[in-house]
Design a protein around this ligand. Structure first.
Ligand code: UN1
Length: 480
């Protein structure tokens, strides 16, 4: 390590220091990239099924470590036990899924327009992938990026979020235990402006995959464009749930509560808008407020906690500032809207589940990503208005509709401008074998997860094999 500087990992539940890590700078990044670049020369030649077997073993090791990682996640990131377990499970699922890709990685074979000639396309790895991950899914999201990158034959330099470095370090250590050779996965800890930027700028890192804010995503893409790098971006969301007048309201309340307040609202997929038909607007408000007020705040590791802390003080203050913004704009605060400081909660960063009502679709609380336990109700007159309001934002990640009308459900599936649409479920809960990502300002057209992830981490190569023994000219020799 070139750096002698360090930073602390702090528990958002208690403010305790959980560990101290090296604060990597450009020199450390340079060393990590050189190591990963050297390791690439052999890793790309390891048969893909063998690479897949390492991921399979990694999935098994994650299963063995699930309880320990879950506990650490409740402490370092703050989410509640059930959700932390889900985060680890998502990495287990992704690792098993991508392990299978080791025996697929399919290309195409296709006829040639000439006699005695064979055509095919194959996926080839690209080189060193720069991976920049967020803190909100500290185990799942690294797996979304590393598992496909590795099975395809790339090596990786990972720069995890500075809020969850201990989990990232465990992740990388367990990959090594699974048999990933030395140098294939390097980790640099630290901050975006230092380590992250150095990774994006490094000439030997041809692929960057980044999950984070829209603004940082634009900075990453702009810097990477100077070197024509491949860039995959997974950015913000302002996901809306539509509740029609024929919806099962109990189910809708459950789905909204889970999607708006799960992970303390700190998911890109969180339901931060609820677009409600006026016929059920009053009733839904009453039921949602009752559900929110029943939720218990506390440390994630305690049984019975419904909502854990938010990640840090800056996040707490940002979330609180949006409560002030909502009030100023004239939306009606139904419940919450304050930092929770009773008893031990004062040691951590807790925000009460917050519901605004009577919002106009154009208000800032109905347009901007808050990334906290705040949701906003917007009344609408009919289905068409609901779709218009749902689409009237810059982002396009997740969307949902509660209705019993199959015609409306299918129209919503067609017309909602988002990478993900749920029918009769909330906006969260993506499964690993389907593409994950969004339209509009949520990204730049790429997807993680599913087969689609492989497109980020491979190049297509088209191969033509002429076994005629003579020079045949495509487009010229057109006689049969
Ligand atoms: C994210 O918030 O960045 O669908 C990822 C979900 C989770 C993944 C969320 N499976 O909410």
């Amino acid at each position: 390590m070139a750096t002698t500087e360090t930073f602390d990992s702090i528990s958002p539940a208690t403010g305790e220091v959980l560990g101290t890590l090296p604060r990597s700078g450009a020199e450390d990044v340079g060393r990590a990239v050189a190591t990963a670049k050297a390791a690439y020369e052999d890793w790309r030649l390891v048969p893909a099924p063998r690479r897949g077997e390492i991921l399979f073993r990694f999935a098994q090791i994650l299963e063995r470590e699930k309880a320990a990682l879950t506990d650490l996640m409740t402490r370092e990131m703050g989410k509640v036990k059930a959700e932390a377990g889900g985060d680890v499970q998502e990495a287990i699922d992704m690792s098993y899924y991508m392990a299978g890709e080791g025996r697929r990685l399919w290309g195409q074979t296709t006829p040639s327009e000439l006699r005695d000639k064979f055509n095919m396309s194959v996926r080839v790895p690209i080189g060193v992938v720069g991976v920049i991950t967020p803190w909100n899914f500290p185990i799942a999201i690294p797996s979304w990026k590393l598992a496909p990158a590795l099975v395809a034959g790339n090596t990786v330099v990972l720069k995890p979020a500075e809020d969850t470095p201990l989990l990232a370090q465990r992740f990388v250590d367990l990959l090594a235990e699974a048999g990933v050779p030395e140098g294939v996965v390097e980790v640099v800890h630290g901050f975006g402006e230092e380590a992250g930027k150095a990774l994006v700028d490094h000439p030997d890192v041809p692929v960057i995959t980044f999950t984070g804010s829209r603004e940082t995503g634009i900075a990453v893409a702009t810097a990477a464009a100077q070197q024509l790098k491949h860039v995959h971006l997974e950015l913000g969301g302002k996901n809306g749930v539509i509740v029609m007048e024929d919806a099962d309201l109990d189910l809708a309340v459950e789905g909204i509560t889970w999607s708006a307040f799960g992970t303390s609202g700190q998911r890109c997929t969180a339901a931060s808008r609820v677009i409600v038909h006026e016929a059920v607007y009053a009733e839904l408000q009453t039921r949602l407020v009752a559900a929110a007020e029943r939720m218990r705040l506390g440390p994630g590791w305690e049984d019975g906690t419904d909502i854990g802390p938010v990640i840090n003080r800056a996040a707490l203050e940002k979330i609180d500032s949006y409560t002030a913004i909502g009030k100023d704009e004239g939306a009606k605060l139904l419940t919450g809207g304050e930092i929770a400081t009773d008893g031990d909660l004062a040691r951590g960063f807790y925000y009460r589940p917050t519901i605004f009502a009577d919002a106009e679709p154009g208000m800032r609380i109905a347009q901007e990503e808050i990334f906290g336990p705040t949701t906003t109700l917007i009344p609408v007159k009919d289905f068409d208005e609901a779709i218009r309001v749902a689409n009237g934002i810059r982002y396009g990640l997740s969307s949902a509709i509660f209705t019993r009308d199959v015609n409306r459900a299918f129209r919503a599936m067609r017309d909602l401008q988002a990478g993900i649409t749920y029918v009769n479920a909330g906006t969260i809960g993506a499964e690993v074998h389907l593409p994950f990502g969004g339209t509009k300002d949520t990204g730049n057209g790429h997807r993680e997860a599913g087969q689609a992830a492989l497109d980020v981490f491979t190049e297509w190569k088209s191969i033509y094999v002429d076994y005629s023994g003579k020079l045949q000219k495509a487009q010229i020799d057109t006689a049969t």
